[in-house]
Design a protein around this ligand. Structure first.
Ligand code: NAD
Ligand code: MG
Length: 393
């Protein structure tokens, strides 16, 4: 077996970060933690530092860094360097000591560090889908140019990656791939009367039937914008045109996605809905390691259901396809408006159905441009955020 690999976990205090450390802890001979990062949860990060003894710990602000420093000193952990801010995240993601980067910061905030890891030629475990949605071509070019390897952690894309041939390089025809089929649970409001969706609360929206996740992605699952972002993510990861990416509702979340081939074969990857499976696959690829996930009991599952995705009920899904087809800056605008609208909904400043209205209006208002470098992407992101925030107020 290979020597110990050093990992930088961006967003270690989040849902994906915690699951990643759970898998890492099962394999101390394989993985060592070089860096952990959190935005504001200093206590949780301190506890992770105690357990994993990284060389570096990063937080969002100087005040949080002071608090972490004191906590580490009190715990006798004086060997851990503390830094703060976005530049520190980029440095950690590209540090020479680091072999692998788990990109698990939520939203656009994760883009610079995720891209830094790609540019530095790391093994990039990508959970931060918003980064790829925003920077698509730039990100994929960075991976190709640096010789980095990109392992999708989003369960659907991890499933597709597992169902494609190992030699797949983005040419669907060459490998007889007819369609990429993304499964979607449909979230908590799959069968709720559409006219009552205006009344749903943040508490109801974040109560996902199958997965325990961060608040932002939970709301995205309720609007199905999560699936929309995943359609765009699949486009970039697998070089699949919008027309060849299909979404099918599958409420049990047992089939994580499928690849449909020209000969009529459909390959599916199944398992219990637990992110430690795709995380373990990404960490050890091409090997398979214990993830702590219980084996799938098909008899207990008993039935798998499938339904057509309803674009009327879930306008965010239609908006994402629209953004993908428009190309250029459109997905960046979609993502920015969604982040603003979701936060406003979580803060009870707008209703649930305002989320898709805010996104649609922002997309209508902001002209599509080419957007070829990080500065241009961040500029469009900022512009779309300002516009969307104006609609909230
Ligand atoms: P989360 O909210 O639980 O955690 C987010 C992490 O990002 C935390 O560690 C937080 O400290 C950090 N963070 C937040 N804002 C930051 C900022 N401005 N600067 C630096 N760090 C910041 O989110 P999550 O559910 O773990 O999701 C993380 C990413 O993984 C998202 O992009 C999400 O779409 C993706 N993802 C999550 C799941 C899941 O099951 N949770 C599944 C697939 C994909
Ligand atoms: Mg997913």
């Amino acid at each position: 077996m290979a020597t110990t690999q050093k990992i930088c976990v961006l967003g270690s205090t989040g849902s994906i970060g915690v699951s990643t450390l759970d898998v890492v802890a099962r394999h101390p001979e394989r993985y060592a933690v070089h860096a952990l990062t959190a935005h504001s949860q200093v206590d949780k990060l301190l506890e992770q530092c105690r357990v994993f003894q990284p060389a570096l710990a990063i937080v969002g602000t100087a005040a949080a860094a002071d608090a972490l420093h004191q906590g580490l000193a009190a715990a006798g952990l004086t060997g851990i360097q503390v830094e703060f801010g976005p530049d520190a995240l980029c440095r950690a993601a590209s540090a020479t000591e680091v072999d692998m980067v788990m990109a698990a910061i939520v939203g656009a905030a994760g883009l610079p560090a995720s891209l830094a890891a790609a540019r530095a030629g790391k093994k990039v475990l990508l959970a931060n889908k918003e980064a790829l949605v925003m920077s698509g071509q730039l990100f994929m070019d960075a991976i190709a140019e640096s010789g980095a390897s990109l392992l999708p952690i989003d369960s659907e894309h991890n499933a597709i990656f597992q169902c494609l041939p190992r030699q797949y390089q983005g040419n669907m025809q060459q490998h007889g791939v007819r369609k990429i089929v993304l499964t979607a649970s449909g979230g908590p409001f799959l069968h709720r009367a559409v006219e009552t969706l205006t009344d749903v609360t943040p508490e109801q929206a974040v109560a996902h039937p199958n997965w325990v996740m961060g608040r932002k992605i939970s709301v995205d699952s309720a609007t199905m914008m999560n699936k929309g972002l995943e359609v765009i993510e699949a486009h970039w990861l697998f070089n699949a045109p919008a027309d060849d990416i299909e979404v099918v509702i599958h409420p049990q979340s047992v089939i994580h996605s499928m690849v449909s081939y020209n000969d009529g074969s459909v390959l599916a990857q199944m398992g219990n809905p637990d992110m430690r499976t795709p995380i373990a696959y990404g960490l050890a690829y091409p090997e398979r390691i214990d993830s702590g996930v219980a084996p799938l009991d098909l008899v207990q599952v008993a039935k798998l259901h499938f339904e057509k995705a309803d674009f009327q009920r879930f306008p965010c899904l239609a908006l994402a396809y629209q953004a993908l087809r428009a190309g250029g800056s459109a997905p960046t605008v979609l993502n920015a408006a969604n982040e603003i609208a979701v936060q406003a909904f979580l803060d009870k400043k707008t209703g649930f159905r305002d989320i898709d209205r805010i996104i649609a209006k922002t997309m209508d208002a902001i002209e599509v441009t080419a957007c070829q470098d990080l500065a241009a992407i961040l500029e469009v992101d900022a512009k779309a955020r300002r516009f969307a925030a104006g609609l909230v107020n």
